[in-house]
Design a protein around this ligand. Structure first.
Ligand SMILES: NC(=O)c1ccc[n+]([C@@H]2O[C@H](COP(=O)([O-])OP(=O)(O)OC[C@H]3O[C@@H](n4cnc5c(N)ncnc54)[C@H](O)[C@@H]3O)[C@@H](O)[C@H]2O)c1
Length: 265
């Protein structure tokens, strides 16, 4: 099986590339990445083939998608503040970029396309936990671009029969995540929350982090950033239904593994 990961040189992508290449059924992973926030170093030693360039370049996508069975589309400008500062750049990379990826998938004969959306699409809707059927209320250009990502996937499923899976990532952390900052035989044109239903306050998280690090961390209390969502918690029943064997890494273990990775830098 050949899998393409757009944005595969980024934090989530490079972790996914490792997971994919550890599976016996995956023969090759190609990464399309312009290295705007990702890096070649994230892919060192993985064996993934890197096609360096933008998802806004159709010829590069055609090269990457030839013979591919599945595409995991992660490439995006992932920052809310950046989208507030430069909405058009976010729109080009995230919304137009998704459309280019879907068009290339169509030209390539229709590989399965899973794509990263975001919990930010729930935005100003304060109801918890978040269920996929709830009203979306984006508060930032980034969230709008992710809602467009989902909507384009659904449209390509309905118009062209493309197998799609829009996943709403909640707060992701772990090794390879810069300090500043699946595929499956299912077709789902409705979005799926990719999260495990837990919730923790920032101050509780700071306490947990201090306990992992063994020393106090400096805390600065500031005004919320424009476009940021205050509270987030997922209903994960749809995810459990689709992937009953999926197991989250417990928070404490995840923090320990992340801290360990930072110590190696
Ligand atoms: N990290 C999180 O908590 C989180 C939460 C919700 C959604 N997401 C989504 O998950 C995906 C991956 O995020 P991440 O945290 O790994 O971010 P990241 O910045 O580490 O990865 C994004 C990758 O996309 C690449 N990229 C950006 N624009 C590109 C373009 N035009 N063409 C080709 N490559 C391009 C970057 O170089 C980078 O390698 C993104 O779509 C993001 O919006 C992340």
């Amino acid at each position: 099986m050949r899998v393409v990961v757009t944005g595969g040189a980024g934090f989530i992508g490079a972790n996914l590339v490792r997971t994919l290449l550890a599976r016996p059924e995956v023969d090759q992973v190609r990464v399309v990445d312009d290295l705007s926030t990702g890096s070649k170093a994230n892919l060192a030693g993985t064996g993934a083939v890197l096609l360096e360039g933008s998802i806004l370049e159709p010829a590069l996508l055609d090269e990457a998608f030839t013979g591919a069975d599945a595409v995991v589309h992660l490439a995006a400008l992932p920052s809310v503040p950046r989208s507030v500062a430069d909405p058009l750049a976010s729109h080009h990379a995230n919304a137009t970029g998704t459309l280019e990826v879907l068009e290339a998938a169509r030209r390539a004969g229709g590989p399965y396309v899973a794509a990263a959306s975001s919990s930010s699409v729930y935005g100003a809707n304060r109801e918890l936990p978040k269920r996929e059927t709830m009203r979306t209320a984006p508060m930032s250009p980034y969230a709008v671009s992710k809602l467009a990502t989902e909507a384009y996937l659904a449209a390509y499923h309905h118009c062209y029969g493309l197998g799609v899976l829009p996943l709403r990532f909640f707060n992701v952390f772990g090794p390879l995540q810069p300090a500043g900052h699946a595929y499956a035989a299912v077709v789902h044109a409705d979005p799926v929350n990719l999260a495990f239903g837990t919730r923790i306050s920032l101050l509780e998280l700071v306490g947990e982090l201090e306990s992992v690090l063994g020393h106090p961390v400096e805390v600065a209390h500031t005004e919320p950033r424009p476009g940021d969502v205050r509270d987030s918690q997922a209903d994960n029943s749809r995810l459990r239904e689709l992937f009953p064997d999926i197991r989250p890494v417990p928070l404490r273990e995840g923090l320990e593994r992340t801290a360990e990775w930072f110590r190696t830098l």
